[in-house]
Design a protein around this ligand. Structure first.
Ligand code: NAD
Length: 427
């Protein structure tokens, strides 16, 4: 009995390793594509991994040394691109998986970037603004030779934001002796950010959900949506879905969620969250745990918090028609088949949440031109990219008789492989 439990734990820990999840899908897609073994050998590993130790003078006067990473996964199609995550439990394996996902994501939406990702092991909730600024600047200084508009362009991810990007841009610029706005994206608008960037991932989600529900002959007012997470992706996504007429019936943050089968007034609930930093006291709703929220019967489920939320142990209880993956890696590879057998239409993360990197690309372009676009121009161009990419993936899935996740991976790997082959491998 005890050994069966240990076996289950080992199985689950392998299943929830994001790098394993990514590689399982990569291997399946590579096999279906009949990928050349030389290309396979090169594309399955990151290009470069950096580990840095970051000394920070804490407010107490003591020195604390933090560990940070930057993984540059692939440069075949352009500079590495990807966010920086601050979290107590971030690991190099997680960052490596996230960097690879960026490579495939940029290829799915056809923007000329490779993939990268960064992480620093720290607990931002326990740190002052001053400590966070010193940590960010020293981390940026450690990366200085490896990042840059032509090399690797970081952006925000969990627990980092516009302010973090402003500090990185400033630190990099101080070393360069001139202002280099295009070194990061997701900056404040006044210092080289793009209109519409903050909302871009949520807006991209809206665009692909609009396309997906057409397949079920549904329209927003009769489409019930459940959102896990209420940050940049979940919160803004829920707000935009609500504005577009969707009925958002549940939403959560890390401490749990709220549920009302008749729909939640999302602007009001989000204002409450901003004011009290919690949904706990919000009235006229039922409380649900994050686990139970995922199992609510709905039309569109949007996991927009973190990895490994839908696994082999709960996938059979998911009751949606469309799964729109706002987060990176919210579904394990082992859960894919269960969802597929249930007939759930999956908009995979590397497509569903690609609105952020698409507008990051627009920001990088605008910084390099020194000419900034109006928000409606950004949003229209984003819509063009998201709708075209959605259609590319669905068409690819139909043509090859595979599910949409496999199709997205195949499409991305095919594009990266094609460009790698054209450039040749410098070996
Ligand atoms: P965020 O920090 O703004 O928000 C995260 C939200 O998830 C918060 O509401 C938090 O309370 C909740 N949360 C965190 N851990 C949780 C847990 N264990 N269980 C339940 N809820 C939890 O982060 P974000 O930028 O919205 O990113 C969310 C996800 O989307 C991540 O996977 C990120 O990599 C991915 N993503 C973000 C962007 C972007 O532009 N911000 C783009 C693409 C993908």
């Amino acid at each position: 009995m005890a050994s069966a439990m240990v076996e289950d734990q080992i199985k689950m820990s392998k299943e929830t390793n994001p790098f394993e999840s990514m590689m399982e899908r990569f291997d399946r897609a590579a096999q279906l594509l009949n990928l050349d073994p030389d290309l396979y050998a090169v594309m399955r590993v990151p290009n470069r991994e950096l580990k840095v130790y970051i000394p920070v003078r804490m407010d107490s006067g003591r020195m604390q040394v933090f560990e940070g990473f930057r993984v540059q996964h692939n440069f075949a199609r352009g500079p590495a691109k990807g966010g920086i995550r601050y979290a107590p439990d971030v690991t190099i394996e997680e960052v490596r998986a996230l960097a690879a996902w960026m490579t495939w994501k940029c290829a799915v939406v056809n923007v000329p970037f490779g993939g990268g990702k960064g992480g620093v092991i720290c607990d931002p909730q326990q740190m002052s603004i001053g400590e966070l600024e010193r940590l960010t600047r020293r981390y940026a200084a450690e990366l200085i030779d490896f990042i840059g508009p032509e090399k690797d362009v970081p952006a925000p991810d969990m627990n980092t934001n516009e302010q973090t990007m402003a500090w990185i841009m400033d630190t990099y610029s101080m070393h360069a002796r001139h202002t280099v706005t295009a070194v990061v994206t997701g900056k404040p608008i006044d210092i080289g950010g793009s209109a519409g960037r903050r909302e871009a991932t949520g807006r991209g989600l809206l665009f692909v959900i609009n396309e997906a529900i057409k397949r079920f002959k549904m329209a927003p007012p009769n489409t019930r949506v459940v959102v896990q997470g209420s940050g940049n992706v979940g919160g803004i996504g829920a707000q935009l879905l609500h504005e577009a007429g969707y009925k958002v019936i549940a939403i959560s943050d890390i401490n749990g969620g709220i549920y009302n089968p008749n729909g939640i007034d999302i602007p009001n609930a989000m204002a409450h969250l901003r004011a009290t930093r919690s949904f706990e006291e919000y009235e006229g709703v039922e409380r649900v745990s994050n686990e139970d929220l995922l199992e609510i019967e709905c039309d569109v489920l949007v996991p927009a918090a973190t990895e490994n939320q839908i696994r082999s142990d709960n996938a059979k209880r998911i009751k949606c028609k469309v799964l729109a993956e706002g987060a990176n890696g919210p579904t394990t590879a082992a859960a894919d088949k269960i969802l597929h057998d249930k007939g759930i239409f999956v908009i995979p993360d590397i497509l569903a949440n690609a609105g952020g990197v698409t507008v990051s690309y627009f920001e990088w372009v605008q910084d390099r031109m020194g000419y900034f676009w109006k928000e409606n121009v950004v949003n229209e161009r984003l819509q063009d990219v998201m709708v075209a990419s959605f259609n590319d993936v669905v068409k690819y899935a139909d043509q090859h008789g595979v599910d949409t996740r496999t199709a997205a991976y195949m499409l991305a790997i095919d594009r990266v492989a094609y460009d790698t082959r054209m450039r040749g491998i410098y070996a």
